[in-house]
Ligand binder design. Structure first.
Ligand code: SF4
Length: 486
């Protein structure tokens, strides 16, 4: 299939695709596929982008099918992410040699020229314009060289398009979906989402300027979504059947529009009939409004007992070099306060090993703190020097073997902690929101405090998007097995 014909190039793309949609011919629709790397925020932005394409008459297809446009939403937090972006771009071009390859997101913001040099790339859009990518397709198609769109990132309050999404996000052919999952280059993030849990982006960028972090450059400084616009999207999501909303952003605790803060966002979501759960994806330790502890404690409140509070290091000297805004003791105090206030709370964290100059004893401080704290799991990252950040210039970079060894130690501890957390709930009954049937036919879902549960019997019932009390009766790896109790 050709991309855009000569005649369509002279038309406004929105009008053209809207007309094409009216004709109601599914097969005549342009097709677009998406590949997302990186964080939950990127995934939620891909969801919105996909809906914008649909609104313009495109059909969203899995990456295994041929498409007219392939959008790759990139990440750049580590060197490894950069390599994965490049690999995904090359693979998608190989699979879809005629498609317009459009690359958006953080890597596109930081290194657009490197992307434009990759064979097949026709359009590169940085962070400021990425949600308006459809405006540039025609221009990219007719341009003789790859088109780079990368204006300065503004600090303005933003809105996001509120567009209903359709079933195209669901796998139409389970066998094909399995094939997709088996591809080693494809991240789990590329799996289309179902209607159970949806992210609600309320904020973007960051002003904290931690010395290792590229995000303030890749996504710009902190800015907030208009309150009425996020209210509109949340209301629509719930109407579409979403039962759990995950509040998402880079630094959500700093949300502020007028007098409204994160608390007002939670208060609003709590009033939405039909919504069962509110979750906050990740929040900086110094920004947590204490009232959230009370909300989580209250069984009638929809805010679930879950916090993800990035620690990064348990050593004060390293925290200072990282320009984090707390000491190890202050972090510990916050964790203990949350743990003692909210029953059954799940507490996750991010931790970084191998920051420049991290000595054995500084690493030990991190290890000891993590051992002592009532944390459920950690995401462990190895320091990766990002050009443009202060840490890039720092001496005493650690060899990869040391970073590898330290991350292994912490990952083992994380697995042990998660196991102990799950053990606490053996024999108890908790509500599970069922999300999907796994490849082996068994249903899986999550408790409010983020225990992944797999149903220990395989019946034909479709439990998707239903909330049932479940007896948690055994442990299996990082999940628990349970039996529905009705
Ligand atoms: S708080 Fe620090 S680590 Fe987190 S996004 Fe902002 S600068 Fe990066």
């Amino acid at each position: 299939m050709t991309l855009l014909s000569e005649t369509t190039l002279t038309q406004d793309s929105e009008t053209f695709f809207a007309n094409e949609l009216k004709e109601g011919n599914e097969h005549a629709k342009k097709r677009v596929s998406f590949h997302t790397l990186g964080c939950r925020l990127n995934q939620s932005e891909t969801d919105v982008l996909a809906r914008s394409f649909e609104k313009q008459g495109y059909r969203v297809v899995p990456e295994t099918e041929s498409a007219d446009v392939c959008v790759i939403n990139t990440c750049t937090v580590t060197e490894h992410s950069d390599a994965k972006n490049r690999q995904a771009i090359r693979t998608l071009h190989r699979l879809n040699p005629k498609a317009l390859i459009a690359v958006v997101g953080c890597y596109a913001q930081i290194n657009p020229e490197a992307i434009a040099d990759i064979e097949g790339v026709r359009l590169v859009v940085g962070s400021e314009e990425k949600m308006r990518i459809t405006n540039y397709l025609e221009q990219a198609h007719s341009a003789s060289v790859p088109l780079i769109i990368r204006p300065k990132i503004t600090k303005k309050t933003f809105t996001a398009p509120v567009v209903p999404h359709s079933s195209v996000f669901l796998a139409k052919n389970p066998r094909k979906q399995k094939k997709v999952l088996e591809r080693d280059w494809l991240s789990a993030n590329s799996v289309p989402r179902q209607n159970t849990r949806a992210s609600l982006k309320i904020q973007d960028g960051c002003d904290f300027m931690c010395s290792f972090c590229i995000i303030p450059f890749a996504r710009g400084r902190s800015r907030y979504r208009e309150f009425s616009n996020l209210q509109e999207e949340a209301t629509m999501l719930v109407k579409e059947g979403v039962r759990e909303i995950v509040i998402t952003g880079v630094n959500v605790g700093t949300y502020k529009t007028g007098k409204r803060t994160l608390v007002e966002v939670v208060d609003f979501l709590n009033t939405l009939p039909g919504l069962s759960r509110i979750r906050i994806s990740s929040i900086e330790p110094t920004t947590v409004p204490e009232i959230l502890f009370q909300y989580m404690k209250d069984e009638q409140h929809k805010l679930v007992p879950f916090f993800h509070l990035p620690l990064q290091s348990g050593s004060d000297s390293i925290l200072q070099k990282m320009k984090r805004r707390y000491s190890a003791d202050e972090y510990a105090e916050e964790i203990w306060k949350a743990y003692e206030t909210v029953p059954d709370l799940s507490l996750g964290t991010d931790v970084m090993v191998g920051f420049p100059g991290e000595s054995e004893s500084e690493f030990e401080s991190t290890l000891n703190l993590l051992e002592k704290l009532p944390l459920t799991y950690f995401h462990v990252f190895q320091f990766s020097a990002r050009k443009g950040t202060p840490a890039f210039q720092m001496n005493e970079k650690l060899p990869p073997q040391i970073k590898q060894k330290r991350s292994e130690i912490l990952r083992i501890l994380s697995t042990k902690k998660r196991h102990l957390f799950h053990q606490r709930f053996l024999g108890q009954t908790r509500k599970v929101l069922w999300e999907s049937r796994k490849q082996d036919g068994f249903f899986s879902g999550y408790t409010d405090n983020y225990i992944r549960v797999v149903l220990d019997e395989n019946d034909e019932t479709d439990y998707r998007n239903q909330l049932f009390p479940v007896e948690l009766n055994s442990l299996r790896g990082q999940t628990m097995l349970g039996k529905i109790k009705i």
